[in-house]
Design a binder for this molecule. Structure first.
Ligand code: ATP
Ligand code: MG
Length: 467
């Protein structure tokens, strides 16, 4: 955070100052009052369950210098009409004050956080890097991340999400990226957009925002992403998997010879114009390979050499939780906690990984529903069930009413001999599996964020006694 006086904050946001104009904010800007600390600024937001304004005094007691608020609070404050707009204005001010920082934006339907975490672990080796924790990728998380930057910052690696047209364009105005990565166009939030072409329109706003001296890093294996090249003033660099693209046009940065170890960790050869290098990831699942190759392509553009990229990818760990966490229990049962979120592409990717992990045992999937799919929701759930049954699972447990169409889809596969079960909640899913699991079995837990199935996975993995 670059130090800002309350007078400056009021001026930048067009807000009304209540307090000492010369008081200086030097600490983090937060929207969670429990994270408010010495010298920071607390932005009060009215959420679904709680109103941040009720915690204004607590935040100041915890050390915050002032509160950014939309209604009067009994502590030093800057009153604005719109907190996200105020955060955006502050973030833009910080960006303009730090012209030496290279800004990269990463978008796509799946894998943004994974790619952002991998890239951050690479470029941290080159210099001070700011990247969000977890999925700070919307009109709150994005500016809050940008606001952490200061004069020492060399790289800003930002995650950009869209729930509608114009969202990514807005984030790109707040922190104009010179580097942009588009991973894929999938069904996440497709219901809100109205279809995949609309999703592509929105994700491509990142490509359109890049300047002529910028770089668009595009997935050559996704036709909707590759087509975004036509919308770029920036130079285009492609990435992909060798076996998929070789037929058409090989991507410039690509992975060849992908294979998985017994825990689903991929090894591959990274091919670049400068040569090739072997990589073994600590992440699980073949779907992390395109994310890793995208991170490599971005780090390369930021000036990193091939040997350092390969070394960094081999060392990089999963920084954000509940994405393909694989735990082998003492009794030989393996639990895959991928409960962070779910959409059709990421569930298929997880089921592929499950099938690989369960080669010598039985595979079970505890699946909750996939949110925000709109009109195609029912059909998408049925298709996932069919895919799961084709993966020859021993058991498929659908949690909650909205997930039940998964079972209808599974029953379409006549040859499937596994067990299908509908349960109302996570506890019932745990009960259903209790005493059933044997050494060599693998259980996948996955659902949209709203289902909160990570607790189920934690209990199964023996991480928590009960929940
Ligand atoms: N390239 C990919 N293709 C399909 N699934 C993927 C890919 N990369 C990651 N995933 C899976 O998608 C889920 C979300 O991963 P991640 O958190 O990296 O994505 P995200 O785009 O940041 O998601 P969100 O929109 O929720 O922030 C995880 O289950 C992960 O295993
Ligand atoms: Mg994310």
């Amino acid at each position: 955070m670059i130090p800002l006086t309350l007078a400056q904050i009021a001026e930048i946001t067009g807000g009304q100052l209540h307090g000492d104009p010369s008081a200086v904010v030097t600490g983090e800007v937060v929207i969670d009052s429990r994270r408010a600390g010495r010298g920071g600024l607390f932005a009060a937001v009215a959420g679904e369950r709680a109103d941040g304004h009720d915690f204004a005094s607590a935040a100041v007691a915890a050390g915050a210098v002032a509160v950014l608020a939309t209604r009067p609070v009994p502590v030093p404050s800057v009153l604005v009409t719109d907190v996200p707009a105020a955060l955006a204005a502050l973030a833009r001010f910080v960006i303009d004050a730090l012209p030496a920082a290279a800004i990269a934006g990463i978008t796509g339907s799946s894998g943004k956080t994974t790619t952002k975490d991998l890239t951050a672990q690479l470029v941290e080796r080159l210099g001070p890097t700011i990247a969000p924790a977890g999925s700070f990728n919307n009109e709150f998380g994005h500016p809050l991340t940008v606001l952490r930057a200061d004069a020492a910052t060399r790289y800003l690696i930002l995650e950009l999400s869209a729930r509608g047209p114009g969202h990514i364009a807005h984030l790109c105005r707040v922190a104009p990226p010179r580097y942009g990565v588009v991973l894929n166009v999938g069904h996440a939030h497709a219901g809100e957009f109205g279809g995949l072409d609309q999703v592509a329109r929105a994700k491509g706003e990142l490509v359109e925002a890049l300047p002529a001296d910028g770089v668009a890093i595009l997935n050559a294996d996704d036709p909707r992403v590759l087509a975004m090249a036509a919308r770029a003033a920036a130079r285009v660099v492609t990435f992909g998997l060798d076996d998929r693209t070789a037929q058409i046009r090989a991507a410039e940065i690509r992975a060849a010879g992908v294979r998985l170890d017994e825990l689903g960790r991929p090894s591959f050869t990274l091919l670049t114009p400068e040569g090739q290098a072997g990589v073994t990831l600590r992440l699980h699942g073949a779907h992390s390979v395109p994310d890793a190759v995208a991170a490599a392509a971005l780090a390369r553009e930021l000036g990193m050499g091939l040997a350092d990229i390969a070394d960094g990818l081999c060392a990089a760990v999963a920084r954000s939780r509940w994405r393909m966490e694989v735990r082998r229990r003492e009794d030989g049962v393996t639990v895959v906690n991928d409960a962070y979120n779910a959409n059709p592409e990421s569930v298929r990717a997880a089921l592929d990984a499950l099938r690989h992990l369960a080669q010598d045992g039985r595979g079970f999937a505890i699946l909750g529903h996939m949110a925000e799919l709109g009109d195609t929701s029912r059909a998408s759930h049925e298709d996932i069930g069919e895919f799961a049954a084709q993966s020859e699972l021993a058991g498929l447990i659908a949690v909650g009413e909205e997930a039940e169409p998964i079972l209808a889809g599974a029953r379409r596969v006549r040859s499937w001999t596994g067990e299908a079960l509908a349960v109302p909640d996570g506890t019932a899913a745990l009960d259903a599996l209790a005493n059933q699991l044997k050494p060599g079995d693998v259980v996948l837990v996955k659902a949209s964020r709203a289902a909160h199935l990570e607790g189920v996975a934690a209990v199964l993995a023996g991480e928590e006694a009960d929940r």
